[in-house]
Design a protein around this ligand. Structure first.
Ligand code: PEP
Ligand code: MG
Length: 574
C-alpha cells in the first residue's frame, strides 16, 4: 500500500514518490541531503501516573525540599559536565538547559508545592506546568523553551524516582531518528555517524533542534505532522531537500539516490568560495554569528565575513545592562575574528522571542508586535547610545575596519534616518534590517537614508503572513518561499539596484541553496547563513548564471504556493 500524506506536496510535484516508498510523510525541509537507514524512535519519557502522591508530613517537608534541590543539582551538574565535553552551539544549549535546572523561579515554585505537602516529584511537575503556561503565553523563542523545561523536569523526576535518565537511543548502526520533538540537550550530542537523518513531528525551522541539525549537517525535516504513520524498525529515509520522510523505499532506487547525495556532499565540502554565479556575478557569502567563539568557528567556513552578529544573544541571561567596556571586548572578539573583512553587527533585538531582562520588563499582550528591536530607543535611549558607543570604541585600533551597524525592526523612513544619524556619529556605517513589510514597501526612502539594508526573512515572513514564526502548525505559512514574501523581497532588491546600495539577506532563507539563487535573481547582493550552510549555498550559486537566477525569481514570483514556487524555480535553474 502506498500512502502519501499530502500536507506539503505540490499538486504538480514532478514525482510524489520517487523512491517507491510504502509510506511518505511530508514536512518542512530544514537541512538538505538524503539519508537512508533503520528507523529508530526515542523511548518513552517517564510516566507520571504511578508517582506516590501521599502528602508529605509537615515535619518531613524541609527534607523533601532538600531531596528536590539535590536532584535538580545532580541534573544541572550532569548537563554542565556534558557541556564541558562539547563546544559551539552544543555547549551553549547544554549550558542553557543546565541553567533551567538551577532556575530560582522554578525551584521556588517547586518548594512552594512541597511546603504545601506535595512530594518532590509531583512538585517538580507542578512547578513546570506553571512555567510552561507562562512561556507558552509569551510565544516565540520563550515558547520553544517549553521543550527544554519539560526535559529538565523529566530528568529531575527520573533522578527522584531512581530510574534511568531519559534520553534518545544511541543506535549501533547508522539510523534515521524520528521523534515528536527532541530536547535540545539531546540533539546537542547527536553523533552524526550514528544518527544520519532526523525528522520531527513538531518543531519549527528556527527551533534549537533545527539549528543544531544544521550545524551537524544532518538531513532534517520538521513539522512532519503524520510521522506517527511510520513505524520504527523498518528501513527509511529523510530527504532534507524535498522535506519528505519515507519508509521501506525500493532499495535499489534509494541506494542510487544516496550515492548521488554523497557525491554532492563531497563537492559541497570542497567548495572554498568566493561566492559568484557561473558567469561571474559576485554575491558575498557571509556568516551569522552570536559571539566571539562562534565567529572564530565561522571564520573557518568559506565565508567572506559576518552578515549578522545577533548581539542580544550574548545577554539573554543578564539581569543588568552589560558595561560599555564589556561590550567593547565582545564586539572586538567578533571584529578580530575577521580581520580586514566585512562585519555586520546588529544592535540589540530585545523583545518578543528574545526578551532581555534589563529591557523588557513590562508585560505586553502581543510582544511580537510590541516594543522590540530598535523600538526600545524611546524608552531606553541610553541602552542604544551605550551600545553604539561601545561599537565605535570596538572599531578603533590598528588594522580594524569599521563594522557595518544595522538596526532591527525598522518600520519607517524616520526611524531609519534617526538610526543612521546616531551610527554615523560614531564613525560607523549605518544600515537597517528589512523585516517589517512597511520597510520593504518604503525601501526607496529607507535606502536614501542608510548605506545598506539586510532582509530578515524570518520576521518578514512572520509579519507578512501574520503567522508566528515558531508555530509548527503554521510552518507552511511562514515558509520564505511564500510568493507574497518573495514579492516584498523583490521590491527591496529593485530599490537596492536603483540606489546602487547593498541588499543582503540574513534570515534562514539564505541557507536554502535553491532559494539563495532566487534571492540573487531578485537583486540580493549578499547572503548570510549559519556557517555550516555556506558551502552548499556557494556551490549551488556557482552552477547557475545570473540570468537563470532571474528566470527562477520570475517563476517563483508568479507561483501561487511555496511548493509551486520551489518546483518552478528548480525547473528554471536546471
Ligand atoms: C530575521 O528575522 O530573519 C532575522 C535574521 O532576525 P532574527 O531571526 O534574529 O529575528
Ligand atoms: Mg528578525
Amino acid at each position: 500500500m502506498i500512502q502519501v500524506s499530502t500536507n506539503a506536496q505540490a499538486p504538480n510535484a514532478p514525482d510524489a514518490n520517487p523512491f517507491g516508498a510504502e509510506v511518505i510523510v511530508t514536512g518542512v525541509p530544514v537541512v538538505g541531503g538524503l539519508a537512508y537507514g533503520r528507523i529508530v524512535k526515542p523511548g518513552a519519557r517517564p510516566g507520571f501516573g504511578d508517582i506516590d502522591a501521599t502528602e508529605i508530613a509537615e515535619s518531613l517537608r524541609p527534607a523533601e525540599s532538600e531531596r528536590f534541590a539535590a536532584a535538580a543539582g545532580v541534573v544541572a551538574d550532569r548537563l554542565t559536565e556534558r557541556a564541558s565535553r562539547n563546544s559551539g552551539v552544543a555547549a551553549e544549549v547544554l549550558i542553557a538547559t543546565a541553567a533551567l535546572a538551577r532556575d530560582r523561579g522554578w525551584i521556588g515554585a517547586a518548594n512552594k508545592a512541597i511546603s504545601g505537602g506535595a512530594p518532590a516529584a509531583l512538585a517538580a511537575i507542578a512547578a513546570t506546568d506553571q512555567f510552561v503556561e507562562v512561556f507558552t503565553n509569551l510565544g516565540g523563542l520563550m515558547a520553544e523553551r517549553v521543550t527544554d523545561l519539560k526535559d529538565v523536569r523529566d530528568r529531575v523526576v527520573a533522578e527522584l524516582l531512581g530510574v534511568a535518565e531519559p534520553g534518545i537511543p544511541v543506535p549501533d548502526e547508522p539510523s534515521i531518528l524520528l521523534a515528536d520533538d527532541l530536547a535540545p540537550a539531546d540533539t546537542a550530542e547527536l553523533d552524526p555517524t550514528k544518527v544520519i537523518g532526523l525528522a520531527m513531528r513538531l518543531g519549527g525551522p528556527s527551533s534549537h533542534t533545527s539549528i543544531i541539525a544544521r550545524q551537524l549537517g544532518i538531513p532534517c525535516v520538521v513539522a512532519a505532522g503524520a510521522l506517527g504513520d511510520i513505524d520504527s524498525g523498518a528501513m527509511g529515509y529523510v530527504d532534507g531537500d524535498l522535506g519528505t520522510v519515507g519508509s521501506s523505499p525500493d532499495p535499489e532506487l534509494i541506494s542510487v539516490a544516496v550515492a548521488q547525495a554523497h557525491a554532492r556532499a563531497k563537492e559541497i565540502a570542497g567548495w572554498r568560495g568566493p561566492g559568484r554565479t557561473s558567469d561571474g556575478h559576485p554575491v558575498a557569502i557571509l556568516a551569522n554569528v552570536a559571539d566571539g567563539s562562534s565567529a572564530r568557528e565561522g571564520a573557518r567556513a568559506p565565508v567572506e565575513g559576518v552578515g549578522l552578529f545577533r548581539t542580544e544573544l550574548a545577554f539573554l541571561e543578564r539581569a543588568d545592562e552589560p558595561s560599555v567596556a564589556e561590550q567593547v571586548a565582545l564586539y572586538r572578539e567578533v571584529i578580530d575574528a575577521f580581520p580586514g573583512r566585512k562585519v555586520v553587527i546588529r544592535t540589540l533585538d530585545a523583545g518578543s522571542d528574545k526578551p532581555l531582562k534589563f529591557v523588557n520588563n513590562t508585560e505586553e499582550p502581543n510582544p511580537a508586535m510590541g516594543v522590540r528591536g530598535n523600538r526600545i530607543v524611546k524608552s531606553y535611549p541610553e541602552i542604544r547610545d551605550n551600545q553604539l558607543r561601545a561599537l565605535g570604541e570596538a572599531a578603533k585600533g590598528d588594522g580594524r575596519s569599521a563594522p557595518w551597524v544595522m538596526a532591527p525592526m525598522i518600520a519607517t523612513v524616520d526611524e531609519a534616518r534617526e538610526f543612521a544619524g546616531a551610527v554615523r556619529l560614531q564613525g560607523l556605517i549605518p544600515g537597517v534590517m528589512v523585516e517589517v513589510p512597511s520597510a520593504a514597501l518604503l525601501a526607496d526612502g529607507i535606502l536614501a537614508e542608510v548605506d545598506f539594508v539586510s532582509i530578515g526573512t524570518n520576521d518578514l515572513a512572520q509579519y507578512t503572513m501574520a503567522a508566528d514564526r515558531m508555530s509548527p502548525e503554521l510552518a507552511e505559512l511562514t515558509d520564505p518561499w511564500q510568493p507574497a514574501v518573495l514579492a516584498l523581497i523583490a521590491k527591496v532588491g529593485e530599490a537596492g539596484q536603483r540606489a546602487n546600495k547593498p541588499v543582503g539577506v540574513c534570515g534562514e532563507a539564505a541557507a536554502d541553496p535553491l532559494l539563495a539563487c532566487v534571492l540573487v535573481g531578485l537583486g540580493v547582493t549578499s547572503l548570510s547563513t549559519a556557517p555550516a550552510a555556506a558551502a552548499a549555498v556557494g556551490l549551488q550559486l556557482g552552477e547557475v548564471t545570473l540570468q537563470q537566477c532571474r528566470n527562477a525569481a520570475a517563476a517563483a514570483l508568479n507561483a501561487v504556493s511555496p511548493a509551486q514556487a520551489r518546483d518552478d524555480a528548480r525547473t528554471k535553474l536546471g
